[in-house]
Write a protein that binds this ligand. Sequence first.
Ligand code: BG6
Length: 493
Amino acid sequence: MSKPFPDNFLWGGATAANQMEGAWDSDGKGLCVADVCLFKPNVDQTNMSQHWNITSEDIEAAKKSKDTTYYSKRHGIDFYHHYKEDIKLFAEMGFKVFRLSIAWSRIFPNGDELVPNEAGLKFYDEVFDELARYGIEPLVTMSHYEQPLYFSEKYDGWAARESIDFFTRYVEVICERYKKKVKYWITFNEIDSIIRHPFMSGGLIRDHFTDEESYQQAIYQAMHHQFVASALATKICHEKIPGAQVGCMITKQTYYPLTSKPEDVLSAQLDARELFAFSDTQVFGEYPAYLLKRYENEGIQLAVAEDDFKIMKENAVDFVSFSYYSSSCSAFDKTGLDINEGNTATTIKNPYLSATDWGWQIDPLGMRISLIELYDRYRKPLFVVENGLGAKDEMIDGIIKDDYRINYMNDHIVQISEAINQDGVEVLGYTSWGCIDLISNSTNQMEKRYGFIYVDVDDFGRGSYKRYKKSSFYWYKEIIATNGIALKPLVEV
Ligand code: BG6
């Protein structure tokens, strides 16, 4: 039997608007970057990188099309019309918190308007009111891969300085509107992912840039704009909402040296820094020396406005949140090594770990290692806002037995408990990813399911959209009800 979690531990689930809401063109919503991403049935779905490169030609074709079969994020799971039923199910599981994002393009359809879209604001009012009816705390991501498409096409998204003004206008509006309803906020989902998929995360279209050098320069500039915007969003939240808690969010990639060769240890350290650059900047409010040195060595010149560093310094985040799905290996010499797919990143295979159907290696202990690493580095409360198993679920006579998911989650949550009870780490809560099945971010598939709740819809948007409780639904309900006491000691996954 595991030790209990703190009394106020926030148990719940996580989602994102672009992967679940559907209603892609309803009530004044503008097109967002996710609405132009295609589900490609005949490709190797374990190869993530093929999905990231969206060209101007792809965008033109998408804008002309009303298709929702292949543009799968346009249909999602139709949360837009099912939110009451879904929230009721979350409440039945005992959720204390529900992580969702606000689609920027519902509030400012193009991103650069002066006046927000009232219908979009009203929708989230209703969602927050519904959550409040059950005493579920919303945890709101301001930007989760849903920048307005127009903002991307016209301004090159976050590469433009104006992005800061557009985003802060949006943040002013949502913080003012929801100041009595939302206490927990995250500024950018996986802010580090701009390096891996600049279109989804930053609205940058590769063919808008003449050469690789100017493209890379634009990515770093966009990164800087997001840091400043995140600091300003934190400021706005703190000013408008007394007691607001604002977090940064990173894709926790935990790096192990492939061998004990000092070169591999150094590689792991350097790989980790690629990620820490993002959380270091948001927690300490300034660029780490190692990042500035890299810019200097690589000739990257940032355009920085007079107050940018001051804004960043004065508005550090309150907590550090992260997604954790798997760990990674680092090696100095990568020749001939087995490569492994992971959450938006390709890494070196760890021979000691098994993997999911999509090739993501399963490493529950890495959760504890990640928590220790982050807490020792930052001494700020941590929030595990994504973790889960993407798997093919089968429904037989209305029943979905997903014991593999229960095992995966049990082992990861046990490691959170260990980090809290053995290592003294402060963890605010745990929101499992895709608590209700939704569209995969990377592959645009429906078949890759994460939820406790099965949604009857397939990769092409066909189905009744009816919701069914999986075995894991009842399991998670018991874990929450016992505050973790019902967790089993580690089991094999
Ligand atoms: C995270 C994202 O990277 O991983 C989510 O924040 C995403 O949006 C999740 O859905 C799982 O990845 P995927 O590609 O399996 O949906």
